[in-house]
Design a protein around this ligand. Structure first.
Ligand SMILES: Nc1ccn([C@@H]2O[C@H](COP(=O)(O)O)[C@@H](O)[C@H]2O)c(=O)n1
Ligand SMILES: C[C@@]1(CO)OP(=O)(O)OP(=O)(O)OC[C@H]1O
Length: 160
């Protein structure tokens, strides 16, 4: 019996602005600012979407869900993630695990990572233990340190 393994990686960043909710990993986090975007701007789910599409050789989020398409204005990124997951599974791939890092000077993500992992595991048919979410400040440095935005890096392992 033989099987294939492939790695995917994803990155995303969105600007922090006033007057938007802060939604990360499908969790609404109390904060003074939220992320700007065409969709709900869920930076973590976008990086995961890119990682699973990339690992499966299916391009990127913007190719499947263009930010010029009014259909995705204000979109729930969990819906986009599930749609991308369907494409990945139709191509024959299953997800083994996800490891993610959020780069956020503030707010603290620690209290919210379990809820994020629960959402993501539901959407990708894996267990919460297969979804590891870490958070780092940017030690006050650069645009992330100045709280001008929040970024996410993700690695995923796929099998077929
Ligand atoms: N937005 C954040 C940033 C960090 N954390 C937690 O704090 C720890 C230390 O972060 P440093 O950037 O100072 O190394 C980090 O390991 C996280 O546990 C957080 O929850 N939310
Ligand atoms: C998700 C999409 C589509 O609404 O738009 P944004 O919310 O702006 O997010 P981005 O990370 O730029 O990803 C791609 C887009 O096509």
């Amino acid at each position: 019996m033989s099987f294939s393994l492939r790695v995917g990686q994803g990155f995303d960043v969105h600007a922090l602005v006033q007057g938007r909710p802060l939604i990360i990993g499908g969790v609404t986090i109390p904060h003074t600012h939220g992320l700007q975007g065409h969709s709900d701007a869920d930076v973590l789910l976008h990086a995961i979407t890119d990682a699973i599409l990339g690992g499966a050789g299916l391009g990127d989020i913007g190719r499947h869900f263009p930010d010029t398409d009014p259909a995705y204005k204000g979109a729930d990124s969990r819906v986009l993630l599930r749609a991308a997951y369907d494409k990945v599974t139709q191509a024959g791939w299953k997800i083994i695990n996800i490891d993610a890092t959020l780069h956020a000077q503030a707010p603290k993500m620690g209290p919210h990572v379990a809820a994020m992992a629960a959402n993501i595991s539901q959407d990708l048919a894996i267990t919460p233990q297969d979804v590891n979410i870490k958070a780092k400040t940017n030690e006050g440095l650069g645009y992330l340190g100045r709280q001008e935005g929040i970024a996410a890096n993700v690695v995923v392992l796929l099998t077929a």
